[in-house]
Design a protein around this ligand. Sequence first.
Ligand SMILES: Cc1cc2nc3c(=O)[nH]c(=O)nc-3n(C[C@H](O)[C@H](O)[C@H](O)COP(=O)(O)OP(=O)(O)OC[C@H]3O[C@@H](n4cnc5c(N)ncnc54)[C@H](O)[C@@H]3O)c2cc1C
Length: 294
Amino acid sequence: MTSVIERLQSRAAGFSVEFFPPRDAADEAVLWRSIRELEPLDPAYVSITYGAGGSSRQGTIRSIARVATETTLVPMAHLTAVNHSVAELRHVIGSYAAVGVRNILALRGDPPGDPYGEWVPHPHGLRYAEELVTLVRSLGDFCVGVSAFPYGHPRSPDLATDTAHLVRKFAAGADFAIAQLFFEAEDFLRLRDRVCAAGCDKPIIPGIMPLTTPRTLAKTIELSAAEPPRWLVDRLRPLSDDPKSFRAAGLDVVTELCERLLAEGVPVLHFYTFNRSKATRELVNRLGLVRVGA
Ligand SMILES: Cc1cc2nc3c(=O)[nH]c(=O)nc-3n(C[C@H](O)[C@H](O)[C@H](O)COP(=O)(O)OP(=O)(O)OC[C@H]3O[C@@H](n4cnc5c(N)ncnc54)[C@H](O)[C@@H]3O)c2cc1C
C-alpha cells in the first residue's frame, strides 16, 4: 500500500480530499458517487474523518476499508484519542491495518458536544496527539500525519508554544501535517516558516474549503477560530442572498488562494468536500491539477 509521504514525494503538485463517514444509506450513496467522480482525477490520497460516537467511528472504519479494497485511491484514516483507552486505540489501528490502511492522521480530538469544553482524557487513554503518534508508530509501518494551526490551536497560549508542540509531534514520528483552515496564503506560509525556523522540514499541507455557500464561509470561520479579513467579507457577504454569484465569487477567491500556495511550492492542496465532488473537481480543473486520463 502506497504511503501518503511517497505520494507527496513522487509528484510535482496535486490535491487530496477529505470526507466524513456517512450517517445512513442515502449519505453513503452520495459519498460513493463523489469518490467515484474524483477517482479518475488521481488525488494524492483520500481521507475519512473520525467522529466521537460509536456508529460514526464504525462508519469511518467501514468506509476507509472500502476505499482501500474497492478503489485505486490511497486511503488515510483519521483517528482521535477522544473517549478511547489505549487498548481500544490499538484495536482501531489494528482494524485499519487489517484492511490495508497504512496512513493515519493522528489527532487528539475535541471534547464531544463542546469543542471548547474541558478536555478530560480517558482514564486509560492519551492526553495529546503526540502520544498517539508514538502509539501508531510503535504498532507497525504506518505513515502518520498530524494537524497544524496557522493561527495557533485555540487552546495554545501563544504561537511559539503552539509551534513547539507541533514540532514535538514531528519529533515523535509524524511524517507530515495538514493545516487547519485559514484565509490568506501568508497565514499558512508564516506557519510553515515558524516550523522551518524551528529546524523542521517535514511537509505541511494546506487545508482548503471551497467557499461555495455562506455556510461554508461560516464553517471556515468556525474551524479556523480566526476573524476573516475585511476584503473577504466585503467581497462575499453582499452576495449572501444570491447563491449563484456567491458560489462564483467564492470559487474565484479560493482559486486565487490556491494559485498563490502552489506558487509557494505546497506539495498538495487538501480539500474539504462535505462529501460532494463538484466544487473540488471544478477547482482542480481550473488549477491545472488534473492528470492524464482524467
Ligand atoms: C486537518 C485536520 C483534521 C482533523 N480531523 C479531525 C477528525 O477526523 N476528528 C476530530 O474529532 N477532530 C478532527 N480535527 C480537529 C482536532 O481534533 C482538534 O482541532 C483538536 O482540538 C486538536 O487536535 P490535535 O491533534 O491538534 O491536538 P494536540 O496536538 O494534542 O494539541 C492540543 C492542544 O494541546 C497542546 N499540546 C500539544 N502537545 C502538548 C504537550 N506535550 N504539552 C502541553 N500541551 C500540548 C497544543 O498546543 C494544543 O493547544 C482535525 C483537525 C485538522 C486540522
